[in-house]
Design a protein around this ligand. Structure first.
Ligand code: AP5
Length: 216
């Protein structure tokens, strides 16, 4: 899934993963796990995220490819959320998959304009246990402050502060368009209007996947 910060990648990947029986692999979640540990790598990742910068490609590619090598992904496939996010990351993924006789089946671009991205990020709450996303207006939890799915408390992400959101958009949108170009050139990118309701976006994505992978 390709999309700007706040486009709804995590919301949709969670739904699609459950519906299609695919493992949901989110590079941001992998980095938040790393940042919670000790050591120089953890501090490097934590700093990049806090400043809204991308983590360097070599670190990112290694981390995500290690995750994709685990048996659950090898058995069922995965829906990738937030990776690849630069041209070199997309090239590295293609190369690694090719060596295994695998490939990216479909790139799904969720398009949302900047004012709406800012609105979504400023109203986002996530659950502590699993990162399930909510929005104060669009998708409030049934019980205020608690996750509908696992009951854990909700919190706001540090990098959703307005100044960090600005940095994320400025620094991350240009390389994201390189990824859009990468998959467009290979004829496997479909764009979906991400400004529809959450259910409508899911329905549009399911329709695309059904057309390219009927077995799903
Ligand atoms: P990451 O966690 O991936 O953040 P992101 O890409 O900025 O994406 P978000 O999680 O902010 O948004 P989303 O698109 O998942 O939207 P969501 O579904 O939550 O990455 C964090 C950091 O890690 C990066 O800044 C970078 O430093 C680093 N990183 C990660 N991957 C990397 C990579 N590949 N290379 C290098 N560095 C990397 O939805 C947002 C809100 O909107 C929610 O409140 C939701 O409820 C609401 N919402 C969703 N859909 C709709 C809708 N249709 N209508 C109304 N509201 C909606």
């Amino acid at each position: 899934m390709v999309g700007a910060p706040g486009a709804g990648k995590g919301t949709q990947a969670e739904r699609l993963g459950a519906r299609l029986g695919l493992v949901h692999v989110a590079s941001g979640d992998l980095f938040r796990e790393v940042a919670a540990q000790d050591g120089p790598l953890a501090r490097q990742v934590e700093q990049a995220m806090a400043q809204g910068r991308l983590v360097p490609d070599d670190v990112t590619v290694r981390l995500v490819l290690d995750r994709l090598a685990r048996p659950d992904v090898r058995d069922t496939g995965a829906i990738l959320d937030g990776f690849p996010r630069t041209g070199p990351q997309a090239e590295a993924l293609d190369t690694a998959l090719r060596k295994q006789g695998a490939r990216v089946d479909q790139a799904l671009y969720v398009g949302v304009r900047e004012p709406e991205l800012r609105r979504r990020l400023s109203g986002r709450w996530l659950c502590r246990a699993a990162g399930h996303p909510y929005h104060v207006v669009e998708h409030p939890p049934r019980v205020p402050g608690a996750c509908d799915i696992d009951g854990s408390p909700l919190y706001q992400r540090e990098d959703d502060r307005p100044e960090t959101v600005q940095a994320r958009l400025e620094q991350q949108l240009p390389p994201m368009y390189d990824v859009v170009d990468h998959y467009t050139e290979r004829g496997i990118l479909t764009a979906v209007d991400g400004e529809q309701s959450i259910d409508e976006v899911t329905a549009a994505l399911v329709q695309v996947i059904a057309a390219v992978a009927p077995a799903r």
